[in-house]
Design a protein. Structure first.
Length: 137
């Protein structure tokens, strides 16, 4: 928790044949949490950023189901950027990570699976507040 080393890419199953490809996500070794919420980002204008927040408890798996996006993960000490550009690769983001999503290509759809229902009290909206909590751990 609270270490960018815990954030990592996850290869999702891919089943392909002459009709196309199918990938799936289910709780288990690849997804260490139960899915309580699913949302997706789309129609993000060029040059715009999303995210810019952290979570106290929430775990997420992000997947660019179309297009591509960069996800910067920051634990208050280190930063690491991941490029999501394939629907069969997800990014696991652990709790206490500040995230910024940038570099959205036109047509990008980024799906996010979350371990908890929406709870505004779980968010850090100001980086200074996140940093104070992250460095106090």
């Amino acid at each position: 928790m609270g270490d960018v080393a815990n954030c990592h890419l996850v290869s999702l199953p891919r089943i392909s044949d002459g009709r196309g490809s199918l990938s799936f996500i289910q709780p288990g070794p690849l997804l260490p949490f139960g899915i309580q919420r699913v949302y997706y980002l789309y129609d993000v204008p060029m040059g715009q950023e999303r995210g810019a927040h952290g979570h106290r408890r929430l775990e997420q798996l992000m997947v660019a189901v179309a297009g591509a996006v960069d996800v910067e993960c920051d634990d208050g000490r280190k930063r690491r950027t991941f490029r999501l550009a394939s629907p069969d690769v997800g990014l696991y983001v652990s709790p206490m990570i500040w995230r910024n999503l940038t570099g959205f290509q036109p047509g990008t759809v980024c799906m996010v699976l979350a371990s908890e229902p929406y709870d505004e009290g779980d968010y850090y909206r100001r980086y200074d507040d996140f940093l104070a909590a992250a460095t106090a751990r």
